[in-house]
Each structure stands twice: as structure tokens, then as C-alpha cells.
Ligand binder design. Structure first.
Ligand code: MG
Length: 136
């Protein structure tokens, strides 16, 4: 299986079959899954803990052992994301496309492109976003 030949629904089915065969579905409640996503994300971040210098992607790709660990932690994160999507009936593809559309409106290409990164505009966007998120 690889990204060119595997559909997202196939992957989600593999994850849910694995879970169901072991009787672990009873643990898959949203709070547990969200917690697991954060914990697995921390395990990914831990692979970079105490790095004295920031490695480029090209440098990192040469470290085969570390790349294997990164793959494993990324898979753990995705597995829990797919489980949460399945549990809540979320269509992952639709959610990603809609979020990218939202982000495109939030960060217009005229302000953010290969020739320009407008930090003033970025700070205005973030301030507006945070103001709208306040508890009323
Ligand atoms: Mg892990």
C-alpha cells in the first residue's frame, strides 16, 4: 500500500477493523481519542528534543533510524485522527478541503506568497481571530 494507490476510506477501514478485532472500540470516545492525538504528537516532538541545531529535511532524511521513528509517531497520530473521525462521523477529506478554503480566505495570497510574508497583516488576522474566540 502507498499514498498513490490507497484511498483515505481504505485506511480508515483498516484502523477501525484493527480496533474492532481487539474489542477496543469501547475506549474510543472523543475525549480519549483527542488525548491520544496530543500524546502521540508529543512523542513525535520528543524525537526533536534536545536538538542543538535545527536539521533541514534533507539532513534528517539521511538519518534512517530517526526517520523510522518519525514515521511511526506520525502513523500513531493519524490512526487516532482517523479513529476520531470515524467515531464522530467526520468526513476527513471534506474537512481538510473546507479548512484549506478557510485558510486561503484568512491568509490571502496577495499578503502571503513566495515574494512576500506580510507580518503586519498576519498579526491583524491573529488579533481578529483571538478577539472572536473570547468567551462571552
Ligand atoms: Mg507513539
Amino acid at each position: 500500500m502507498n499514498d498513490n494507490t490507497t484511498g483515505l476510506s481504505q485506511l480508515i477501514k483498516l484502523v477501525t477493523n484493527f480496533r474492532d478485532e481487539r474489542g477496543w472500540g469501547k475506549y474510543d470516545v472523543p475525549r480519549n481519542l483527542a488525548t491520544s492525538i496530543v500524546l502521540e504528537s508529543s512523542e513525535l516532538l520528543e524525537l526533536f528534543q534536545w536538538d542543538l541545531k535545527t536539521l533541514s529535511s534533507a539532513q534528517l532524511k539521511k538519518d534512517k533510524d530517526r526517520m523510522e521513528e518519525i514515521k511511526k509517531e506520525m502513523a500513531d497520530i493519524l490512526i487516532y485522527c482517523f479513529s476520531l473521525a470515524d467515531d464522530l462521523g467526520i468526513d476527513v477529506s471534506d474537512s481538510v478541503v473546507k479548512k484549506l478554503e478557510h485558510n486561503a480566505r484568512k491568509y490571502p495570497i496577495k499578503y502571503f506568497n513566495k515574494d512576500r510574508q506580510d507580518n503586519d497583516y498576519y498579526n491583524k488576522v491573529k488579533a481578529k481571530y483571538r478577539a472572536n474566540k473570547k468567551i462571552k
